[in-house]
Design a protein around this ligand. Structure first.
Ligand SMILES: NC(=O)C1=CN([C@@H]2O[C@H](COP(=O)(O)OP(=O)(O)OC[C@H]3O[C@@H](n4cnc5c(N)ncnc54)[C@H](OP(=O)(O)O)[C@@H]3O)[C@@H](O)[C@H]2O)C=CC1
Ligand SMILES: O=C(O)C1=N[C@H](C(=O)O)C[C@H](O)C1
Length: 265
């Protein structure tokens, strides 16, 4: 399977190149960065810390989309929406890990998924997708006397908050309770906030250093507390998940799929 890495020079881009290169049956067929990027014209293997792969990073995605069967996209919301239109034209598999998408961005992806096979998840690791599954089960078992709080910690370069993973966990809890996260999510607290609202789902975000990603979901009840969590120490868990998603999506009809679909959760 010929796969291109979008945002090939980024933290995840480099991890994705390594994951594709180490997967039997997969070839790194190209990489894309923005015009003006320091990575344009460089060998994608060398950028990822491997031996040269004989493939240079380009700022022109159009011919590449015509040549590959899948693209792995961990870039920015704006770029991802533009790339999704190209995936739809080329009718290929588009694996999206980009987080911080607006509702309008998600609508654009839905439109693109009429022709492209899109697999999108705020976290592509097996561990976090299992955690989301467990979160749903625990939230279903507990009543609203248990307050739900989600805490996340990421590296200093992260641009969006709460993380895509925290939102996934919040959505899982909201689904279990039959409520909308838009209505029950509390994303900031400062000053005279008043008492905690019944059924609120709270988010706290920390940023610092080189932390890959840590998440905790806490169910705080009267006299007891349940904590579920996940700690990522290596971006390989996300990149290997993305390659697994690309292989799973190959030959599937166009549509918008999740990592839970890929993992059968
Ligand atoms: N779902 C998951 O499992 C995971 C998701 N993520 C998400 O992936 C995204 C990227 O994270 P990370 O790798 O840390 O970020 P980086 O900033 O390190 O990488 C993003 C790369 O995409 C490039 N890029 C931006 N716009 C374009 C464009 N139009 N065309 C081509 N390349 C472009 C950036 O270039 P430039 O620097 O020039 O802007 C950069 O090299 C984030 O949204 C993050 O939250 C991260 C880890 C796991
Ligand atoms: O930006 C990151 O680094 C990460 N982003 C994803 C998110 O927003 O949850 C996944 C992971 O936590 C790392």
């Amino acid at each position: 399977m010929k796969i291109a890495v979008l945002g090939a020079g980024g933290r995840m881009g480099q991890a994705l190149t390594r994951a594709v290169a180490e997967t039997p049956g997969c070839t790194v067929a190209g990489g894309v960065e923005q015009p003006g990027s320091e990575f344009i014209g460089k060998d994608i293997g060398e950028v990822a810390g491997l031996e040269p792969l004989g493939v240079t990073i380009t700022d022109n995605p159009v011919p590449l989309f015509a040549e590959v069967q899948a693209v792995l996209d961990f870039t920015s919301p704006k770029a991802t929406v533009e790339f999704a239109a190209l995936s739809a034209q080329a009718r290929i598999v588009h694996v999206i890990g980009t987080t911080g998408l607006s509702d309008e961005d998600v609508d654009a992806l839905k439109a693109a998924s009429r022709h492209a096979t899109i697999i999108r998840a705020g976290n592509m690791s097996m561990g976090v997708n299992l955690l989301a599954n467990l979160t749903e089960k625990v939230a279903k078992a507990l009543d609203e006397s248990f307050d739900i709080e989600i805490v996340e910690l990421h590296h200093r370069h992260k641009k969006d908050a709460p993380s895509g993973t925290a939102l996934m966990l919040g959505e899982a809890a909201a689904k279990a309770r039959g409520v909308s996260l838009k209505e029950k999510g509390v994303f900031a607290r400062e000053g005279q906030t008043g008492e905690r609202g019944e059924g609120d789902i709270g988010f706290s975000c920390m940023r610092g250093g080189d932390v890959v990603g840590e998440h905790k979901i806490v169910f705080v009840g009267p006299g007891e507390r349940i904590e579920l969590g996940h700690i990522a120490t290596d971006r390989g868990i996300f990149s290997r998940g993305a390659v697994k998603a690309a292989l799973w999506g190959f030959g599937k009809p166009p549509g918008l799929y999740s990592m839970a679909d890929v993992l059968g959760l």
